[in-house]
Design a protein. Structure first.
Length: 395
């Protein structure tokens, strides 16, 4: 539901949505950016509320607010109404991840956390897969939003029932797990501040690339055309590849090499976008490279979630995930408006926009380098602490 709402408006494409409301592409890009900014604004309150009152209650609030916002999008008579409703949809989406990721991280053993995050992302990918189809049926895109609203109401009722039966945590949690050495170092300020800053910045660059890619990706498919399947079907297939990437990312996050793999993925993303920029005249390569970028970008997400869980305490888990999303989405919020504005200009082409996104991705490479250095430093400090503790025990 959450991932589906993010792709719903871009799946209509900038051109079609602009024609529907008699505005330009930059205005539709502004509506997409409003979603992202609103999602960032609600992430920290969602984390605070989850830690204080219980993640299950925040999860129920997500479904209710989603239903209201999707109804507003479905019935929007003017662009101003669409803009406000789409921003409200972003506020709803911001409630989800701090609560949802906290519930997942608190439900499995630490050794299984990476795979659990990958499975979480894979199921979330159902939204990426089906919502583009839902928004492009013969019933029209407004019906698609109406169906999302109905599903939101259904999700809210199910959440309330599961909380009443004790299947979903309804109340705040206390510290349930013995803190890891990494968490102890984080609590003591043992060299982890730069680590957390660098990984949060890398997450922000990842989010910026994705938010810039989504509207351009749909528009590119529309302009290039397809041979065998409908355009929205191809969009869904590329998003499905990305969802599989989340599951693979969960597998890659299973051990202490997760940070190194994450750094490699940060390098591969801008290279893929650069390859896409130079292959748009080819018959099949653009579609394969768009799928590759979605695969790589989505693959980073469960690794990021695993790394945050490693360096934060159980009691503040929701707030940690909220911090991730507020930083990432704040950095990413201008992306939709920026690429839509450039696309609406006469002297900017798809290739130039993808090259600009690739250049932005190099900032993520630098952040990944700092992050990798700090993880090694923290590991060395942890090893010295364990050796000192063992020495004391042996007298």
């Amino acid at each position: 539901m959450c991932h589906g709402t993010k792709i719903a408006l871009p799946a209509i494409t900038l051109s079609v949505a602009a024609l529907e409301f008699e505005v330009g592409e930059p205005e539709i890009g502004l509506a997409i950016s409003a979603y992202t900014l609103a999602m960032a604004l609600s992430s920290v309150p969602a984390g605070l509320l989850g830690d204080r009152y219980g993640q299950g209650k925040v999860l129920a609030a997500f479904f209710w607010l989603l239903a209201v916002a999707a109804t507003g999008c479905a019935m929007a008579p003017t662009f101003s109404t669409l803009l406000a409703s789409h921003a409200l949809l972003g506020l709803a989406a911001g409630l989800f991840h701090p609560a949802g990721l906290s519930l997942v991280s608190l439900s499995v053993e630490r050794a299984q956390l990476g795979r659990a995050m990958g499975t979480f992302g894979l199921i979330g990918g159902l939204g990426w897969l089906f919502v583009p189809v839902l928004m492009n049926t013969g019933l029209g895109w407004r019906t698609g939003f109406a169906i999302l609203a109905f599903a939101g109401v259904l999700g809210a009722f199910v959440t309330h029932v599961l909380m009443a039966r004790g299947r979903i945590l309804a109340d705040p949690v206390v510290e349930q797990q013995k803190p890891s050495s990494a968490q102890k170092l984080a609590a003591d300020g043992g060299g982890t501040k730069l680590l957390l800053v660098s990984v949060l910045f890398a997450m922000g660059i990842n989010a910026f690339l994705l938010d810039g890619f989504l509207p351009m990706f749909s528009e590119t498919v529309g302009k290039l055309g397809t041979w065998v399947v409908e355009e929205y079907t191809l969009i869904s297939c590329v998003m499905a590849v990305g969802a599989i990437g989340q599951y693979i990312g969960g597998i890659l996050a299973r051990d202490h090499f997760a940070a190194s793999r994450y750094a490699v993925l940060l390098v591969l993303q801008p290279l893929t976008l650069l390859g896409l920029a130079y292959s748009l005249d080819e018959p099949a390569w653009p579609f394969m490279l768009m799928g590759s970028f979605a695969f790589l970008n989505f693959m980073t997400q469960p690794i990021e979630n695993k790394l945050l869980a490693v360096y934060t305490s159980t009691r503040r888990r929701a707030m940690a995930f909220a911090l991730k999303f507020v930083v990432a989405l704040a950095i990413a919020s201008p992306a939709g408006w920026m690429v839509a504005t450039l696309y609406g200009a006469d002297d900017w082409t798809f290739a130039q926009i993808y090259r600009l996104l690739a250049l932005t991705g190099t900032l993520g490479i630098f952040a990944g380098y700092l992050f990798l250095r700090q993880t090694r430093r923290v590991a060395e400090v942890g090893a010295r602490e364990r050796a000192r503790s063992l020495y004391k025990q042996r007298g």
